[in-house]
Ligand binder design. Structure first.
Ligand code: NAD
Length: 255
């Protein structure tokens, strides 16, 4: 039995990944923080590993570095991802492939690399950051939506394949979160804050902390030890709500 729990978090430089790293650090985890960009220091027991999750060579190097440093890993959070907004008929094959490489092949490579170690130790928790776009279609996001649907398929399959050997695999499905990703997408002009706030029963964006707390729950066997293969929606009720906008907003304004 290892004394200190070790978590690997990808896309940890900013946004959801950054907040997840802070929550895990406060929870006493030793951390391996992976990103393409330099990761700001957390001042805890953390190492930074720079690399591209879509590169097989980088992922093998990341795993060797993390396992060489800590000796094992208990948790893998596949959070790194890219957005891509374009009408389906205009998406070039190379653009489609890049989104699938980062958002789906990357998590697979990391699950494979760290899963081997988790299977050998007979325990582990993988949390994949999917999206409401992994459970429903949203126009102008064919590649992104397909990658997140695929990530949920990978999650379910690893839950089936590895659950019996002590390795749980789950996904979180955030609604719209206020991060740099959202700012960049909005700068492209495809939607506004009001579009999202009107669509969500709880009338707001998710905060990075909302997502980080759900990830921490799924990572912790004391809290979620029999939860395996789920897609935990953290969307303020977005996917549950089939109301039209004026009906939703009318209920919100009731005294
Ligand atoms: N922001 C949202 O509204 C939202 C909603 C649902 C799901 N998500 C998902 O949550 C995750 C995090 O999103 P965010 O909003 O924090 O995004 P973000 O763009 O703010 O941060 C993503 C981080 O991932 C890193 N990254 C990107 N490509 C990488 C690669 N190939 N290798 C290593 N690191 C890479 C970036 O450098 C960045 O630090 C993504 O998977 C995203 O699809 C976001």
């Amino acid at each position: 039995m290892h004394t200190r729990r070790v978590a690997v978090i990808t896309g940890a430089a900013q946004g959801i990944g950054r907040r997840t790293a802070e929550v895990f650090a406060a929870g006493g985890y030793a951390l391996a923080l992976v990103d393409l960009q330099p990761v700001p220091s957390l001042g805890s027991d953390a190492i930074e590993v720079t690399g591209d999750v879509s590169s097989e060579a980088d992922v093998e190097r990341i795993a060797a570095t993390v396992l060489g440093h800590f000796g094992h890993a208990d948790v893998l959070v596949n959070n790194a991802g890219i957005s891509f907004i374009r009408p389906a008929e205009e998406i070039a094959a190379g653009e489609w492939r890049r989104v699938l490489e980062v958002n789906l092949t990357g998590p697979f490579l990391l699950c494979r690399a760290f899963g081997r170690d988790m299977l050998a130790q007979g325990s582990g928790a993988i949390v994949n950051v999917a999206s409401v776009a992994g459970l429903s279609g949203i126009a102008d996001r064919a590649a992104y939506n397909a990658s997140k649907h695929g990530l949920i398929g990978l999650t379910r399959t690893l839950a089936a394949e590895w659950g019996g050997r002590g390795v749980r695999c789950n996904a979180v499905c955030p609604g719209w979160v206020k991060t740099e990703m959202d700012l960049a997408d909005q700068a492209g002009g495809s939607y506004s804050d009001a579009d999202i706030e009107n669509r969500v029963p709880m009338a707001r964006f998710a905060r990075p902390d909302d997502i980080a707390q759900a990830i921490a729950f799924l990572a912790d066997p004391a809290l979620s030890g029999f939860v395996n293969g789920v897609e935990l929606r953290v969307d303020g009720g977005w996917l549950a709500d089939g109301s039209w906008d004026s009906l939703r907003v009318r209920h919100r304004n009731k005294p």
